[in-house]
Every structure is written in C-alpha cells, then in structure tokens.
Design a protein around this ligand. Structure first.
Ligand SMILES: O=C(O)CCC(=O)C(=O)O
Length: 287
C-alpha cells in the first residue's frame, strides 16, 4: 500500500521504556495495549552489536531462496531474508539467550510464548526502498490477538528513516488486509483471500489514526501487534539501517490454514484450521 512516508518532524509523541534488565514497567504493557506499539530502550548492550553486524554481512552473502533484494543491480538496495537465527549464531543467541521471550510473555500478558519466525532487514545507505504500509497479520497464518513483532535496531535510526505506526490501528474492527508485495515492481500469485479485504486508502487511515515513531539507537527495540499498521521510508542516511524482527505468539493465537500463498509461507500441515498456534514446527518456549 503506497503511503505518504514523509519523514516525521518534531518530537516523537510517545514515551519509551527501559528494557535493559529484561523486564518492563506496567506502563509499557499498557502503552502496547493502547497504541499497538511500544518502544523499548537498551534491550541489547552496545558490546553485543559488532557480532550482529557481522551476522548481517554473513546473511547478505548467503541469501536463502526466500530472500528479496529490492533496488537497481549494483546500487544501494533493501535486502530481507527469513529465519536467519536458524543458521547464524549471532541471531540464534539473540533469539534464545536474551530475555526477548520473557519480554514477549510480559508484553502480551500471556502464559505461553511460541516461536514463529524471524525476518532480517538491511537497507543500504543512500537508498533502498521504502517499507510499504501494512499489517503483519497479512503475512502470517495467525488469528487472535497474541502475535507480536519484536524488532531490534542495530544502527542509529533517526526519524527520517524510522518506522512509523498508526496508533490504535490494531483495534480496527475489520478483516485483515490482503497481502501486497514490498517490491512495487512485483506481485504475488494465488495469495490467501479468505477473510481478507483490500486495504483502505492511506488518506482514510491517516485521517483516522495518529502517526507515531521514535528515534532509535542500536540495541533499542520496537514491539507491535500483528494488526498495527506501519511502514518506513527508504534509507536516506549515508549509513546502513539494519534490524531484525522476531515474531512471537501467545495464548490468544490460532492457526489459519486458509488455502493460498503467504510470504513467507511457514505453515505446518500437522495443524488444523483454528488449532492453538503451537507445534513441533512452532515450539512453545515459555509456559
Ligand atoms: O524495517 C523495516 O523497514 C520493515 C519492518 C517491518 O515492516 C516488519 O517487520 O513488519
């Protein structure tokens, strides 16, 4: 969904919350419930970042068949790939050896936490495409409330290239929007259409919901629900903008076995439509 992604100006309109001790205050949980997104500071310490930058290079050099690169060949681009923590140690440690799953449990207020997938994003300096406005639910086989994106920044990300969110949009009483490709030049075939509707116009959405964002430092995180609308401009900085999203689901999450394609199509034939979202493929890591 193309959208006006002009860089926001002024002071970010929402507070942020310290996460350096692996827990957050109740106000952070309330902020996520109310806005559908919350900003956590110092989730990672700065000495953890160099290994992760090396991991980003490794992922870039060894893309999987699921990877996408948007941009002119030889020029700056927007690269993303999936499940890098299954094959690159720095991302496995980030997933398994930090308090991320504990924070997911606290933030969703869920007795269980289940691992779904991860998504690495690298936008080169001086270019790379915008991340179009979307809700993550369009790209997931999850119904219910409890699916969150725990997105960790690995570079300084000022407002001009930051993710922007439509606060409160996760509470929309309407079906999930149809999936659209991040690359304007590309289209998906045979996407899931059951219980999905075309997205409303950016103008209508922008008039209904307040736009919020934060300036980030490496190690800060943003956490949002899968129904929260968000997007980001291209990286106009001279430096790279690297980040990873880990998707976690909780008690109120059910498998969507709709026929059709979802990108990435991480499905589990062992699960039936409407089953609790947990299986050998999608393991329970808390609760
Ligand atoms: O990092 C970005 O620009 C895109 C992130 C995003 O949209 C997502 O994780 O759903």
């Amino acid at each position: 969904m193309a959208f006006d992604l002009a860089p926001p100006t002024g002071t970010p309109p929402r507070p942020s919350f310290d996460a350096s001790r692996g827990v957050v205050i109740d106000d952070a949980v309330a902020a996520l419930e109310q806005d559908g997104v919350v900003c956590l500071r110092n989730f990672l310490a700065s000495d953890e970042i160099p290994d992760i930058h090396a991991g980003c290079d490794e992922a870039r050099q060894n893309p999987t068949a699921m990877a996408t690169t948007i941009g002119e060949s030889g020029g700056p681009s927007f690269f993303y790939d999936f499940n890098v923590s299954d094959r690159i140690e720095a991302f496995r440690r980030l997933r398994d050896d930090t308090p991320m799953a504990d924070l997911a449990q606290q933030l969703m207020d869920s007795s269980t936490v289940v691992r779904y997938f991860d998504n690495l994003f690298v936008k080169d300096g001086g270019g790379g495409a915008a991340s179009p406005w979307h809700e993550d639910a369009s790209f997931q086989r999850v119904t219910g409330r409890d699916s969150i994106n725990f997105w960790v920044a690995f570079d300084p990300i000022p407002g001009q290239t930051a993710l922007q969110y439509l606060a409160g949009s996760h509470l929309r009483d309407e079906p999930i929007y149809l999936m659209g490709h991040f690359d304007d030049a590309d289209e998906y075939d045979g996407i899931v259409t059951r219980n999905r509707v075309p997205g409303r116009s950016p103008e209508e959405l922008g008039a209904e919901f307040e736009r919020v964002w934060w300036d980030l430092q490496p190690g800060d995180a943003l956490v949002w629900f899968h129904r929260t609308l968000h997007g980001a401009p291209a990286n106009t900085l001279a430096t790279p903008r690297r980040a990873i999203a880990y998707i976690w689901v909780g008690d109120d999450a059910f498998y969507d076995a709709s026929p059709g394609y979802i990108d990435p199509d991480f499905s589990d034939p062992e699960l039936a439509d409407g089953d609790r979202f947990v299986s050998d493929r999608f393991p329970k890591v808390r609760g």
